[in-house]
Design a protein around this ligand. Structure first.
Ligand SMILES: [Zn+2]
Length: 259
């Protein structure tokens, strides 16, 4: 009880002493299409979550990026949209967010299915590590978020991997709420995944970003991108997936669109 009171007091203190400047927040809500569907109550709640999130996490800049407070707030606001109805606890257990100015090169040893290890180089736009940092490419994120590209949002993608990792390595199934049904989730996602994989393998038009056909974890992350940026497309192609995501995130972005 006392601990809860102290936590509550700390929360109020952060909100009072480190508020996001009103003018900046207002501009972000107006200019960033991702937030257009939110009610004023939801926007106020998002501002609180974002304030606490920026305060709790450590932001690092790489490759001489001039990482400013408005940039960190923008990334955080996108990340917190995912947990608007879930709470900050969903982002517990890790600390760091590393931001690169543009796509970045990673080099590491990787084992293939036969266990043969080779030295690999990849150019990446983002990464989410189990218990570790989220890594982002600022330029790539801005290019997608400024214009709201349907189905594309790097921050939503990487942070949804973090939610997926709450119950172990990313596998496309985050911890479901007690009211949800595992069978319904598995059925919705595996049918959609197989359908997309079939479309990609046979050179048919892919219903959503073919990257989702890589594996179930990527399918969940890409489906999350569509859920928030192009919910009508996701409902059209994979209604059962939309329904399960709506139960998980406790949000219905498509309802905002149809108002
Ligand atoms: Zn991914």
């Amino acid at each position: 009880m006392i601990l809860r009171w102290i936590n509550h007091w700390k929360t109020r203190r952060v909100l009072k002493h480190h508020p996001i400047p009103h003018a900046f927040w207002h501009r972000l809500m107006v200019e960033d299409p991702l937030f257009h569907g939110l009610s004023s109550v939801e926007k106020a709640h998002l501002r609180e979550l974002t304030t606490l999130f920026v305060h709790q996490k450590n932001y690092y800049a790489s490759n001489e990026l001039n990482l400013t407070q408005p940039m960190a707030i923008t990334i955080s606001a996108h990340a917190c949209l995912l947990i608007l109805e879930l709470g900050l606890d969903y982002y517990q257990g890790w600390q760091d967010i590393r931001v690169y100015p543009s796509a970045f090169l990673v080099e590491r040893d990787e084992a293939d299915e036969q266990g043969i290890v080779s030295h690999q180089q990849h150019v990446l736009g983002g990464e989410a590590w189990l218990h570790g940092p989220v890594v982002l490419d600022w330029e790539g994120f801005k290019a997608e978020s400024d214009q709201l590209k349907p189905g594309r949002n790097l921050v939503l993608h990487e942070f949804s991997h973090k939610l997926d990792m709450l119950n172990g390595a990313a596998n496309g199934m985050p911890p479901l709420h007690k009211t949800m049904n595992r069978t319904h989730w598995t059925q919705a996602f595996s049918e959609a995944f197989e359908k997309l994989k079939h479309q990609v393998e046979h050179g048919h038009h892919a219903a959503i970003n073919p990257y989702a056909a890589t594996d179930p974890a990527e399918f969940f992350a890409v489906a999350t991108e569509y859920f928030f940026t192009a919910p009508n497309l996701l409902i059209h192609h994979f209604p059962a997936v939309y329904e399960q995501l709506s139960l998980f995130y406790r949000q219905d972005p498509n309802a905002h669109l149809s108002i």
